[in-house]
Every structure is written in structure tokens, then in C-alpha cells.
Design a protein around this ligand. Structure first.
Ligand code: IPM
Ligand code: MG
Length: 370
């Protein structure tokens, strides 16, 4: 398959982790005889530094012409501390989502057996967690009218029936292929937009008789997610609640450095870790590339490259099992960098059998991988 992939590394740890995902995609292309081409473009603080614009026209056009976009991370402490800054790195990501109409953000939350004890939650509570979060990505309070003066400010939260219906259909369909359970998370006891969500989703439910539909308020869901995450299958929610809930969910998995995402519509698809740019940790070799690599696996899924995606996930599983992980997860080895994790996964893809032999050496410290 030929794929033209736009690569937007962004800021902070973005470039380091994205480089590992590109490495993995190149290995997959080589092994399976695909032709993946990569086109780099600026976004975020690095784009502001070079062009004054967090989402330059050239970047939009590269993304519009791409089959898929691989996104790193965005943000810089320089802007976080200046609430008056009119140009901000995050505008790059938000405008990109909006201009390509990437309305459905899909965030899997899977508790890996090998990482259960990395979570600050109890193992018996989180074991076998497997949740798919459908977060609406182009509406709600993020994109409503904004006003800010010295003594007052407002953000409007608005949703149309159309915006709710299109993502709800995707979430129902996803539930059909899984455990058949869909939970709409909202705040219908306080917000008019949430009441519209409930109404519309309830109406659609009759088209999906084999899906069990539940409703939960966001405050309650924030608690239930931590005390009994296994009760969830597919969660559907609006933009802001999805942002918060998915980051909370990373506690179950053990590190936010593991959570991948896909943001899609019929025409475009973007793949990105859910984590931020963490400027303080940039260029130290400690950023976990797994979220970015698993985002690349979601890219492969999107194009029906099932075997390829499965091999990437198998490689990731192996790296976790053998503690070939960055310090956020590693208590066994202290010398495993972002690049080494990427190299290991690349090596596994190139030669799963042979890498198996090398594992013994890794423990003896004799492998060339470490
Ligand atoms: C995310 C991020 C973004 C969001 C930020 C960087 C604007 O937190 O993708 O979860 O809030 O959507
Ligand atoms: Mg977030």
C-alpha cells in the first residue's frame, strides 16, 4: 500500500517520540512491502518561532493532501505562564482539528497485565480494563465564542444535533464490535448541551438494539473510572469531559506515556499520543515513545493493515514484558532511553524470531540493543 503521511512532531518531547513512531512505520513498510512517504511540517511553538503562526498555511496544505497525519505534541511553558498571549501553540492543534473537521477522537485505555503494578490503583480493581473512549473533538466549549477582558471572561459551550449524531453513530458501531455496552458521560443535571446529548443519543439507541446504553454524570464517571473501570466498554462524551476523563484513565494503564489516539472523519485521519509536550523532559531521552508508536499502530488499523498493526502491538508487548521501557515505567534498568525503546521495537519488527534470542542477552547485559 502507498501512504503519504504528514509528520508534525511539534514541541517538547514531540519530536523525540514521533521519530520512534516513524522508525517503526518504516520498519513495517520494509517488512510488508509498503511504500510510506513522510512529509514533515511545523506546528505549535516551533511554528510560532519560525513563522509567527502556530498552524502555517503550508502545514494545513500538507495535512490536507496527506492520507494520514502523525502528530507529536504541542505546548511550551513560555506561553503557559502568559495568559495574555494572543498567539498560543495549542491553537495550532485546535485549528488543525477544526479545519480538517476531525470530529471523532478515539482513545483506547487498556490495562496491560505486565504493567498492573505500575498503576497507583489496586491491581484487583484495574485488571482486564479495556475501554474505548469516543471524545467529540471539534465542538463544545473549546470552540465556542470566547471573551476575555481584565475583569470578566466567557467561553460558550454549544452543540448541534448533527455534531452529536455523527460521533454517536461511530460509538454505537464500535460498541457493536466489542462488549455491546455504551456509556454516555455528560452533566445533564446542570448543562443544556448535555441534555441535548442525552436526547439525541437516546433517540439513536433504537437503531442499535444489541447495544446496552447507559448514562452517567461526569463527576460520577470520574469516580467510577477509578474504582471500577471494568464496568465500561465504550464511553461517549463531549470534548472537554473527554479530555479530562482520558487523562484520568491513564492512571489505570500506569503512565500517560502509553495512551494513543486517532482523530478521524470520512476524509482525514490524524494519530497522536494523548500526552502533552512536557518541555522540561525534552531532549533527555526519557520520554516514553509507546503512545506515539501505538498511535502509529492505530494508523495501520485505519487502513486495514491488521497484520502490520498486530506486529507493532506484539513488539510493544514484548518491550513491556522485558522492561525495555523508559523510566516512567522502569524500575529494573536505568539506561533505557526513548531511542532504545524505538530501536528494540524496530528490531522486533525486522526479526521477531531473532529478537527472541537476544532477549536472553539483554538480561545478561550483552545485547547490542542495550
Ligand atoms: C489533548 C490535549 C489538547 C486538548 C490540548 C493540547 C489543547 O490536552 O489532546 O488531550 O485539550 O485537546
Ligand atoms: Mg488532554
Amino acid at each position: 500500500m502507498k501512504l503519504n503521511i504528514a509528520v508534525l512532531p511539534g514541541d517538547g518531547i514531540g519530536p523525540e517520540v514521533t521519530a520512534q513512531a516513524v522508525k517503526v512505520l518504516k520498519a513495517i513498510a520494509m517488512e510488508f512491502g509498503h511504500l510510506f512517504t513522510f512529509n514533515k511540517a511545523f506546528v505549535g511553538a516551533s511554528a510560532i518561532d519560525t513563522t509567527g503562526n502556530p498552524l502555517p498555511e503550508e502545514t494545513i496544505s500538507i495535512c490536507q493532501n496527506a492520507d494520514a497525519i502523525l502528530f507529536g505534541a504541542i505546548g511550551s511553558p513560555k506561553y503557559d505562564m502568559d495568559p495574555d498571549a494572543e498567539v498560543r501553540p495549542e491553537q495550532g492543534l485546535l485549528r488543525l482539528r477544526k479545519s480538517l473537521d476531525l470530529y471523532a477522537n478515539i482513545r483506547p485505555v487498556i490495562a496491560y497485565e505486565d504493567l498492573l503494578n505500575k498503576s497507583s490503583l489496586k491491581v484487583k480493581q484495574i485488571r482486564d480494563t479495556n475501554i474505548l473512549i469516543y471524545r467529540e473533538l471539534t465542538g463544545g466549549i473549546y470552540f465556542g465564542e470566547k471573551k476575555l477582558s481584565n475583569d470578566s471572561a466567557s467561553d460558550i459551550c454549544e452543540y448541534s444535533r448533527f455534531e452529536i449524531e455523527r460521533i454517536a453513530h461511530l460509538a454505537f458501531k464500535a460498541a457493536q464490535t466489542r462488549k455491546g455496552k455504551l456509556t454516555l458521560v455528560d452533566k445533564a443535571n446542570a448543562l443544556a448541551t448535555s441534555r441535548l446529548w442525552r436526547k439525541v443519543v437516546q433517540e439513536l439507541a433504537s437503531q442499535y438494539p444489541n447495544v446496552e446504553l447507559n448514562f452517567m454524570y461526569i463527576d460520577n464517571a470520574a469516580m467510577e473510572l477509578i474504582i471500577n473501570p471494568r464496568q465500561f466498554d465504550v464511553i461517549l462524551t463531549e470534548n472537554m469531559f473527554g479530555d479530562i476523563l482520558s487523562e484520568e484513565a491513564s492512571v489505570i494503564v500506569g503512565s500517560i506515556g502509553l495512551l494513543a489516539s486517532a482523530s478521524i472523519n470520512d476524509k482525514h485521519a490524524m494519530f497522536e499520543p494523548i500526552h502533552g509536550a512536557y518541555g522540561k523532559f525534552a531532549n533527555k531521552g526519557i520520554a516514553n515513545p509507546i503512545a506515539s508508536i501505538l498511535s502509529a499502530a492505530m494508523l495501520l488499523d485505519h487502513f486495514g493493515l491488521d497484520k502490520e498493526a498486530a506486529l507493532v502491538r506484539q513488539a510493544v508487548d514484548k518491550s513491556l514484558k522485558l522492561h525495555i521501557t523508559t523510566p516512567d515505567l522502569n524500575t529494573k534498568y536505568d539506561n533505557i532511553t526513548t531511542t532504545k525503546v524505538g530501536d528494540f521495537i524496530e528490531d522486533f519488527i525486522n526479526n521477531p524470531e531473532e529478537t527472541n534470542l537476544n532477549f536472553k542477552n539483554i538480561h545478561l547485559g550483552q545485547s547490542t540493543i542495550i
